[in-house]
Design a protein around this ligand. Sequence first.
Ligand code: HEM
Length: 382
Amino acid sequence: MNSVRTYTYKIAGASRLSPRWPLPAGHALITNRGLIQIALSPNIPKYTICYPFVRRPSLARNMSARVHARVPIEPQSVDAPLTNSANFLVVTIADASEAVATVREVLADIDNLAKNVSIRDLDASFACTVGIGSDAWDRVMTGLPRPSELHPFRAVRGQKHTAVSTPGDLLFHIRANRRDLCFEFERQLLGALGDAVKVVDDTEGFRYFDVRDLLGFVDGTANPVGQDVEVATLVTAQEDAAVVGGSYVVVQKYVHNMDGWNALSTEQQEAVIGRKKLDNVELKDPAEGKQQPHKSLATIVDDNGDVHEILRDNMPFGNPSKGEFGTYFIGYSKELWVIERMLHRMFIGHPPGLHDKLLDWSKPLTGVTFFAPSADLLKKLR
Ligand code: HEM
């Protein structure tokens, strides 16, 4: 992947220069939306002001003073660490205009609601990320910019399996190392929302042994780490200057046919996933045109050879007494098309017809797309 990173800051009274991409390393660009983007190579520290500015060095001199007063755009806690417990709460918003007003109030104040709970154990890595669905965006975020790629989840119909599209206006991805913190936050949140919303799904996820899913495989290994998390998940001005710092979020609640899965040999299961079960070592990809494992179908390489990563925070869920065993898939990306292409390759197959065999034992019950705006954009609801 390209090693040049682009950071975006809000600055006061920015002037206008027409965007020119890609921005070379060590160059900065002032956009017409009051944002400055600075492309840095790894050997230039993050907060250095870089010269020359694109096109107009005289403007650069004027701007440098203002850049010192920059305020980094604050994302939501998309990059929160993997935790032991989580709730994936999906709700729809009632029709009444008072309902929208209540939702706006609660979302604008969500950081304070989170503080109520997180302070009670600062080591528990409590975080809540709010996602807003396509239809709800125009109702809730009135007067604020709309993410350019945001649209309702598009069902993907393969020959054998379908990625269904289901309702959902808001997602609350609640995470903590303590179940009681997730519970308490959800209690306060739903209390504040009252009958402005209707819960369509609330899945309680738990960490299972060494980060394994209920199929027995370590899940999350190929996630980006360190600075690559931000690169994979947060929209920059290159993708969409209006919603910088936000992230697309796709969720799907899968249930597994455990009897069928357990009837396979370990080698058959490993061929489905593309990794060894015990030590998690990656298997070699089969030849092009042959049945591909899950991990290869979910790897997106563009025409330039760049890999487009996403951040997953999948969680097992279930209830043995009801025969329920599942994986809640959640993927964050700065580009919605990346997750959509993964789904296409999984359900239609690559080549078409050779779908992801994981689906023969995993059925999605839901499918919803959201956009998690930056924390700054949420505060604009105040
Ligand atoms: C039943 C649901 C699913 C299960 C149990 C599951 C499990 C796994 C496992 C065990 C791995 C290999 C280890 C790792 O890198 O994490 C993996 C990789 C991956 N999965 Fe899934 N997955 C599921 C659904 C999905 C969906 C719906 C997507 C995307 C739309 C997805 C995207 C990925 C990606 C991007 C990788 C890493 C590929 C790589 O670069 O090696 N997964 N998954």
